[in-house]
Design a protein around this ligand. Structure first.
Ligand SMILES: [Fe+2]
Ligand SMILES: [Fe+2]
Length: 145
């Protein structure tokens, strides 16, 4: 799967961050497909996790500035994403200790599940709703394209 401009929500800074996360996820997927050792997979997961934290903080700050009415629900959804990342990290730690019967890597279905949750249910839905609101309320600031 490749990043496509149709995935854009219309706020350039946020779209660039989404694309970065998308690419971090592809790197993890690649690493799992190649059956890289767990510590290499962990390296990619950590990169994605750190970047995701940064991205969610940026969105939350922006929502606060524009007084987004769905702020609390959106933040709860962010918290759920971070919980899922923590779960991926835990699965990898288990793999690293050799206690994971499925093999020493992230289970592919966990990764697919996370991708669907983040990309399909969050970016293409909740983030898009917040972008619509932001552009309506702050057209001069955010509606530049
Ligand atoms: Fe986002
Ligand atoms: Fe979001």
């Amino acid at each position: 799967m490749k990043w496509d401009s149709s995935f854009a929500i219309g706020i350039e800074a946020i779209d660039n961050q989404h694309q970065q996360i998308f690419e971090h996820l592809l790197a993890i997927e690649n690493s799992v497909a190649k059956r890289d050792p767990w510590h290499i997979q962990r390296f990619f997961v950590t990169q994605m996790s750190d970047y995701m934290k940064f991205h969610l903080a940026v969105e939350e700050a922006l929502m606060e500035i524009i007084r987004y009415p769905e702020y609390a629900g959106h933040c709860a959804s962010h918290a759920k994403l971070m919980d899922q990342i923590a779960e991926l990290e835990k699965q990898l730690e288990t793999a690293g200790s050799g206690r994971n019967p499925a093999g020493r890597q992230i289970p592919a279905e966990s990764l697919v599940g996370f991708f669907e949750e983040w990309f399909v249910r969050h970016v293409l839905s909740r983030d898009r709703e917040f972008a619509v609101y932001a552009k309506e309320e702050f057209p001069a600031l955010l509606g530049r394209r």
